[in-house]
Design a protein around this ligand. Structure first.
Ligand SMILES: [Zn+2]
Length: 316
């Protein structure tokens, strides 16, 4: 055996497995699912991240909804799709990944809930630990009529249900949209979220953000800001004042899921971007994810099926 064959296995061990590949079983990295805490996201330094550094991109996923394909009987299809998404994420190395709700199909009061949470956390733990993973709660995660109890179950597994964080000069707000859809089971929680949101948007530093983004599960609207109420949007009675508040704060874009297909609209200059599912589609858009490129004065975003995610993301 010559010298080079002796050292090759050592180099392979050092370089060949920087993180787990998507088809190996992963341990749950519980710490990464408790980063949303004290109304912020701990992976991002609140001081240094307030300053614009350079253009970046992030990846938005929605509705992995473990259990939906089989009515909670199995999780195989969701796992295959998420494994595909994780491979793209680890290859492209976005600044962060955000999953806009309906992490599981079962609600916290259903028997299969804990098993689905566990599979979700196991599969998403395969994302490179250097890439922050932000989770957003959807109606399946806390129920169509959320209560203090259902929200507490979510908090236990995924941390805060609403919070804000800075990334490279961009201010990001995550909201619990199920409270906006139906606050009747926990009206005090919606009040708390609203008063917190008002304080956040009033902050002098936030007014100087390069962009402000809002992330939630339910689209505020699909195409028209004054469209009639329906299952997939937020009722006008709460939608109209919230849109006015977000416009006044110069929010640049709102990102949602829940629709299981893509939709797009604008409220003035503000974009309402509804992203198709990484899990089961309900329309013509296949399972996929969105790549959002953030530049100092503009953003660009595109949805890609899991079969057509680009090999690299160019940032000008
Ligand atoms: Zn939903």
């Amino acid at each position: 055996m010559n010298q080079s064959t002796k050292i090759f296995p050592i180099i392979f061990c050092l370089l060949g497995t920087p993180f787990l590949s998507a088809d190996e079983p992963a341990e749950i990295d519980t710490n990464r699912f408790q980063q949303a805490s004290e109304r912020t996201f701990k992976a991002f330094d609140p001081q240094t991240e307030q300053t614009w550094d350079k253009p970046f991109f992030f990846m938005q996923l929605a509705d992995p909804q473990y259990g939906m394909f089989t009515g909670n009987k199995g999780l195989d299809k969701e796992k295959v799709l998420v494994d595909q998404a994780v491979e793209h994420i680890n290859r492209l190395q976005p600044r962060f990944v955000i999953v806009c709700g309906d992490l599981t199909n079962a609600t916290p009061d259903q028997a299969r809930y804990e098993a689905q949470v566990s599979q979700y956390q196991q599969d998403f733990s395969k994302i490179d630990p250097e890439i922050p993973l932000v989770c957003v709660c959807g109606n399946h995660d806390i129920g169509n009529r959320p209560t203090a109890e259902s929200i507490a179950r979510y908090n236990q597994h995924f941390g805060d249900d609403y919070f804000s964080f800075w990334v490279g000069g961009v201010f990001n707000v995550v909201l619990n949209s199920s409270l906006l859809k139906d606050p009747s089971g926990a009206p005090e929680r919606l009040q708390q979220q609203q008063s917190w949101l008002g304080q956040q948007l009033q902050h002098p530093r936030v007014k100087e953000a390069k962009h402000i983004f809002v992330f939630l599960h339910h689209p505020l609207f699909l195409e028209q800001e004054d469209e009639p109420d329906q299952y997939f949007n937020i009722p006008l009675v709460r939608r109209t004042p919230l849109l006015a508040q977000l416009k006044a704060a110069n929010v640049r874009a709102i990102f949602a899921g829940h629709y299981h297909r893509n939709a797009y609209g604008q409220a003035g200059e503000m974009e309402m971007i509804t992203t198709g599912p990484v899990g089961r589609p309900l329309g013509k858009d296949p399972s996929g994810l969105r790549i959002v490129r953030v530049q100092e004065t503009q953003i660009q975003h595109a949805y890609h099926s899991l079969e057509t995610v680009p090999d690299a993301v160019a940032i000008p």
